[in-house]
Design a protein around this ligand. Structure first.
Ligand code: NCD
Length: 312
């Protein structure tokens, strides 16, 4: 079901955050707000619908928040358990997708290979939602990240964003940067060990959309002006050479001292899971927004499912 409507959400696939306009995001966020505020917390909007989840990579938040969102709206969830399905008997990815397509109304897919969601959308008649494929795209995470900024800071435009960590392999970073091209952010600063800088192809996409980013290796020079700090873990599973991983392990960390040097109303976000880059000692700080951010995955995915399935 590739291609789709330029505007509006009904029936559309969600492959990359670059496929969406600011107006589409705004529509999603106004629906998300209703769910987050409890105005429409529980309903049977999706009664009779079947949401399929197919996760070919580990996931806690994305899989469970989609399942929770579907359950809260009265839909049923069927989950392709990749270890116990016929994939283990050698069934092909495309045959598996064709089955999911015939058993459900929408397919939420996570896969290690970039392009898997687009490929699935070409095979499936029903909408496909990319729940993360490869190291570039995780559009629904970008949507919940923007919604978090909007809720906690009141706006997305004009804020200074600081990205810290593995910017090379974190699909949440590229997806959020792509989504930010639809807004007018203030300064966007990237801080990472040299080996983990943004991929040239990601940079050239940003350039194409007129978004300038500044690279600054010294985090101490960049924390003070940030309104939003977005930290990511070292993406161990995507680093080709494990000796390189061992070298990079522990190479960056948001410490208490750094947090103290931030603006009083700065927020710290992280898509989670975390490893050692974000110590638990920061959790009590009012600046720590990552648990709220994870929680907002449910209302955003409720809004997304209802808009795509045409009931919002
Ligand atoms: C992220 C992912 O899968 O890319 N997790 C998530 O969806 N919240 C981030 C990560 O795994 O580091």
């Amino acid at each position: 079901m590739a291609g789709k409507l330029k505007n509006g959400w009904k029936g559309r696939d969600v492959i990359s955050s670059l496929d969406f306009t600011r107006e589409s995001f705004e529509l999603l966020f106004s629906a998300s707000k209703e769910f987050a505020d409890g105005d429409r917390a529980r309903s049977d909007l999706l009664r009779g619908k079947v949401v399929a989840t197919a996760f070919f990579e580990p996931s806690t938040r994305t899989r469970l928040s989609f399942s929770s969102a579907a359950a809260k709206l009265g839909a049923s969830v069927i989950d392709l358990s990749t270890e116990v399905s016929s994939l283990a008997k050698g069934e092909s990815f495309s045959d598996t997708l064709a089955m999911l397509d015939s058993y459900s109304d929408i397919i939420v897919l996570r896969h290690p290979s970039e392009g898997a969601a687009l490929y699935a959308s070409e095979i499936c008649r029903h909408p496909v939602v990319n729940a993360g494929d490869g190291s570039q795209h995780h559009p629904t995470q970008a949507m919940l990240d923007l919604f978090t900024v909007l809720r906690l800071k009141g706006r997305v435009d004009g804020l200074n964003y600081l990205f810290v960590g593995d910017l090379r392999y974190s699909r949440t970073v590229s997806s959020l940067l792509f989504a930010l091209t639809r807004y007018k952010p203030g300064r966007v600063t990237l801080t990472s060990p040299p080996a983990l800088g943004l991929k040239p192809e990601t940079k050239s996409i940003l350039e194409r959309y007129g978004m300038s980013v500044r690279e600054e290796q010294d985090i101490e020079r960049s924390v003070g002006s940030a309104d939003v700090i977005y930290v990511t873990r070292l993406q161990k599973e995507r680093i080709p050479d494990q000796a390189e991983y061992q070298k990079l392990k522990g190479s960056y960390r948001l410490t208490e001292g750094l947090l103290e040097a931030t603006k009083a109303d700065c927020i710290v976000m992280h898509p989670l899971p975390r490893t050692d880059e974000l110590p638990t000692s920061l959790d009590a700080s009012p600046k720590a927004a990552y648990m709220k951010q994870a929680g907002l995955g449910v209302p955003v995915r409720m809004a997304l499912l209802s808009l795509i399935l045409g009931v919002a």
